[in-house]
Design a protein around this ligand. Structure first.
Ligand SMILES: NC(=O)c1ccc[n+]([C@@H]2O[C@H](COP(=O)([O-])OP(=O)(O)OC[C@H]3O[C@@H](n4cnc5c(N)ncnc54)[C@H](O)[C@@H]3O)[C@@H](O)[C@H]2O)c1
Length: 267
């Protein structure tokens, strides 16, 4: 067990994984625990968070599950109440929940638009507004919002792209609003990492190879790449880093479309 987050209390939303394996939230929760944090695993599907708990317990880490829907204010308040009751404080919030949403403004339904905005944007706002007073009372903390490179490289996922653009704006606004309370707020913009969700979508090996080639590094990203960035941003090593939008994408966003990059949708 390392100690970059020793004794810290961290909440990770979407800490389960909708398919077997390790997604961004699960990987982040596992690394937080390995680095010595007490980790509150929030998911609307308790069973999926329990699986993460089992993985952390196998490594002798400490975690606790709260079943909650982060689009509901009462659930977010309950997450905070249960965390404070169990651990007495909150130092880290990883706003990881996000859902996809493809289509153009012409062909999407209003329901899809509303749902993507509610889950991806309102959910982060609600979790943050309930956590921040507790964090501030402890002298500060770190909030990391999981965005996407789709926020700056749109590709036919207009509801998703718009929601993640709002996450970027929310991040810089919160960074300014809460800096005086000692709270740092940053965002991670993952590229097309290979998660269980992507695996279960039936992606072929050829498609995976094309994704890998889309990055100048020529390799595919994993949820662990996202999670290590989350560890840094949550840790005291990032004490002077706030309001930043960190691409974790192997350099994909540096590439020009004219070079044939990005032939498939990115999340
Ligand atoms: N997978 C990728 O390639 C990729 C790329 C860029 C960004 N992202 C972002 O990373 C984040 C995590 O993606 P993932 O693919 O690892 O996640 P995922 O789809 O596996 O979901 C993680 C968990 O979130 C939970 N969840 C969903 N809605 C919830 C709600 N309303 N309340 C509580 N829990 C809820 C699910 O139950 C699930 O266990 C998202 O914000 C996503 O937009 C993913």
């Amino acid at each position: 067990m390392a100690d970059r987050l020793a004794g810290k209390v961290a909440i990770v939303s979407g800490a389960g994984s909708r398919a077997p394996g390790v997604g961004n939230g699960r990987a982040t929760a596992i690394l937080f625990a390995r680095e010595g944090a007490h980790v509150v695993l929030v998911d609307r599907v308790a069973e999926w968070a329990e699986q993460t708990l089992g993985m952390i317990a196998d490594e002798h880490g400490d975690a606790y599950v709260v079943e909650a829907d982060i689009t509901t204010a009462a659930d977010c308040q309950r997450v905070v109440d249960e965390t404070v009751k169990r651990y007495g404080r909150i130092d880290i919030l990883q706003n990881n929940v996000g859902i996809g949403g493809s289509g153009t403004v012409v062909d999407i339904t209003e329901d899809l638009w509303d749902q993507v905005m509610r889950v991806n944007v309102k959910g982060m706002m609600l979790m943050s507004r309930h956590v921040i007073p507790v964090m501030a009372a402890n002298g500060g903390g770190a909030i990391t919002n999981v965005s996407s490179i789709s926020s700056i490289r749109p590709r036919g996922l207009t509801p998703y792209t718009t929601s993640k653009g709002a996450v970027n704006a929310l991040t810089i606004a919160m960074a300014v609003d809460h800096a005086a309370q000692g709270i740092r707020v940053n965002a991670i913009l993952p590229g097309p990492v290979y998660t269980p969700m992507v695996a279960s979508s039936g992606m072929t090996e050829d498609q995976r190879a094309a994704r890998a080639k889309a990055s100048p590094l020529g390799t595919e990203g994993t949820p662990w790449d996202v999670a290590w960035a989350a560890v840094f941003l949550a840790s005291p090593e990032a004490r002077w880093v706030t309001g930043q939008l960190l691409c974790v994408d192997g350099g994909v966003t540096l590439m020009s479309p004219a070079r044939g990059v990005g032939d498939e949708p990115r999340r």
